[in-house]
Design a protein around this ligand. Structure first.
Ligand SMILES: Nc1ncnc2c1ncn2[C@@H]1O[C@H](COP(=O)(O)OP(=O)(O)OP(=O)(O)O)[C@@H](O)[C@H]1O
Ligand SMILES: Cc1ncc(CO)c(N)n1
Ligand SMILES: [Mg+2]
Length: 544
């Protein structure tokens, strides 16, 4: 995305959090009352020791039953940006990807009550408004904003949904112009809303957006962002900001998708979220726009609903549980049956690339693959790992990386395997999140218990037989393996010195937790990896 005119304004300002931008960005809401800074200083003094205040946006908006726009979009956007979001509901809509089927307006009295509950107690940093369906509700809001001061006010002047349905009638226009906009730090109309605020002349070009931004600024808001998501002729998604002095154009690549329901609400609440985190207006817009573009790009091929405009995925996670889209599925202990661990030295010895080694193992029937790379440069390893992820994913086989959490994240592997002196599993889980697979090497029941507590998915136990792929490695033997398996709450894969000749006794131990064997030399220190894998698999299946 490009940012024009004034990029130096984007350098991030010092982080004194709320106090800083309260001085710098806003006037309207605070001008009406006594110093908010003093109130916040007092609050800071009263804060119990050891507790931290978190950035907080209050959204005053309508509910969208389809959850792509409105209150639901605001909450998801704030959550995605790490900001708490409280909600005052102004209307409940029956809405889906086809359009708006019904609107039920909340009474002015009850909007007032919700505002009072939140503003008097929870002290949001920023208020963001969306659907305000009646002049009475706008009035109640403006009164509350004057009574309980906030750090900034972001107004998304929602009037008509993209489906063409009216969410706030023309009677609200006058209230917007006369009461709400003069209090706003930033107002974010789309093309139709900008046109309506200015009496109806259509906006068709970026030049029109510039003059509209300037005219709306005369109504009183401190900043005006005219959004060009619906500009028909533009290959970029261009938004124009006027701050009273200068124009700024924010451009991002137009994502080719029909899943754009709620982009406007999302942009405005992301701007509010960044303001709450202490950004300047310019930085907040830049970050918010980049976020919307990323979320649209991530969601461009998801399918929710049969209408012409679908929602998108604010948290960019939904595809994790859609196997059709990324061929990644949740970990199953049965994946451990024949676990192939690559070895860089063996690959070198046999003149194979990591990619070819992995491909042959999968062709032979390996059910999970771990890349164990001790020699390569990080950059080379990453490139090879990316290729292996593609191969594994196209075969539905999980791919793990030994030890290197950074590589696992960078190549989007399915998880990691860590040893007792690598990154602790608990930290790995925090970094990788709940969806990645984590395995831990364990030799004792105590280590297995710790792996379970730390949130691992399986343990690797060994070396069972002596092996030369690991120096100074204590052998636990079949008895040690059995003890760990009986105690472990996690599924176990046995490792260490396995081949066709000695795998059977392991599989015949008869402990339910033992789910498979992990093999290095017997697959990769051989002429044909796929043949060896196939033959070993036959023995394993034969003995289970
Ligand atoms: N296809 C797209 N690709 C990238 N950015 C987009 C796309 N569509 C909209 N945007 C961006 O999303 C933001 C919201 O723009 P838009 O003009 O669609 O608002 P809106 O019409 O109020 O949204 P809503 O659909 O919620 O009513 C803007 O920053 C816009 O540039
Ligand atoms: C409730 C609600 N607010 C805002 C919009 C605008 O996208 C919508 N469609 N629905
Ligand atoms: Mg739109």
């Amino acid at each position: 995305m490009g940012f024009h005119v004034c990029s130096q304004a984007l350098s991030s300002a010092p982080i004194h959090h709320q106090f800083r931008y309260i001085h710098s960005i806003s006037r309207g809401v605070r001008r009406a009352g006594v110093s908010n800074l003093r109130a916040m200083q007092q609050e800071e003094e009263l804060k119990p020791p050891g507790r931290v205040r978190v950035p907080h946006v209050l959204t005053v908006a309508g509910s969208d039953s389809g959850a792509g726009a409105g209150i639901q979009a605001d909450m998801k956007a704030c959550a995605a940006r790490g900001v708490y979001c409280s909600t005052v509901v102004t209307a409940v809509t029956a809405q889906n990807t086809v359009g708006v089927q019904g609107v039920n307006i909340v009474t002015e009295e009850f909007v007032r009550e919700q505002l009072k509950s939140v503003l008097s107690d929870m002290r949001p940093d920023v208020v963001k408004t969306g659907m305000l369906p009646s002049p009475g509700i706008v009035k109640v809001l403006c009164q509350s904003l004057k009574e309980f001061q906030v750090g900034a006010l972001v107004v998304d002047p929602v009037m008509v949904s993209t489906s063409g349905d009216v969410l706030a009638g023309s009677s609200v226009l006058a209230s917007f112009r006369e009461e709400l906009l003069p209090l706003a730090d930033i107002v974010t109309p789309n093309l139709r809303e900008a046109s309506a605020l200015l009496g109806g002349a259509p906006l068709e070009t970026v030049a029109d957006m510039h003059s509209a931004a300037k005219s709306i600024h005369n109504i009183g808001p401190r900043n005006v962002l005219v959004k060009g998501g619906d500009l028909p002729s533009s290959s970029d998604a261009v938004d124009v900001l006027f701050d009273g002095k200068e124009f700024y154009e924010f451009r991002s690549t137009r994502v080719n998708t029909s899943n754009t329901h709620g982009t406007g609400c999302t942009l405005a609440s992301s701007i509010a979220a960044e303001l709450a985190r202490g950004s300047s207006v310019l930085s907040a817009i830049k970050i918010a726009k980049h976020y919307v573009e990323s979320a649209l790009d991530y969601s461009k091929d998801i399918l929710i609903g049969g209408g012409h405009q679908g929602p998108f995925d604010h948290l960019m996670k939904l595809k994790n549980s859609a196997p059709d889209l990324c061929a990644r599925r949740l970990f199953s202990p049965n994946d451990l049956l024949l676990y192939a661990v690559t070895d860089s030295r063996m690959n070198k010895k046999w003149g194979r690339s990591m990619r070819d080694a992995v491909k042959s193992a999968i062709e032979g029937g390996a059910t999970i693959v771990q890349l164990r790379e001790k020699d390569a440069d990080t950059r080379d390893f990453l490139e090879a790992a990316k290729t292996c992820v593609e191969i594994c994913r196209s075969h539905g086989v999980p791919l793990l990386i030994n030890d290197r959490i950074d590589i696992a994240l960078a190549c989007d592997a399915d998880g990691v395997h860590v040893g007792q002196s690598d990154m602790p599993a608990r930290v790995a889980r925090t970094i990788l999140g709940p969806d990645k697979i984590i395995g831990v090497s364990c030799k004792t029941p105590e280590q297995a218990e710790k792996a379970w507590i730390d949130g691992a998915d399986y343990i690797g136990c060994g070396g069972v037989y002596p092996t030369n792929t690991k120096e100074n490695n204590l052998t636990v033997g079949l008895d040690g393996l059995k003890t760990v398996c009986l105690e472990s709450k996690l599924p176990v894969v046995a490792i260490g010195g396995f081949g066709i000749s000695n795998v059977r006794p392991v599989m015949e131990l008869g402990v339910p937790n033992l789910k498979g064997v992990a093999v290095v030399s017997a697959l990769f220190d051989r002429e044909s990896v796929s043949t060896e894998t196939q033959n070993l698999l036959k023995v394993i299946i034969g003995s289970t």
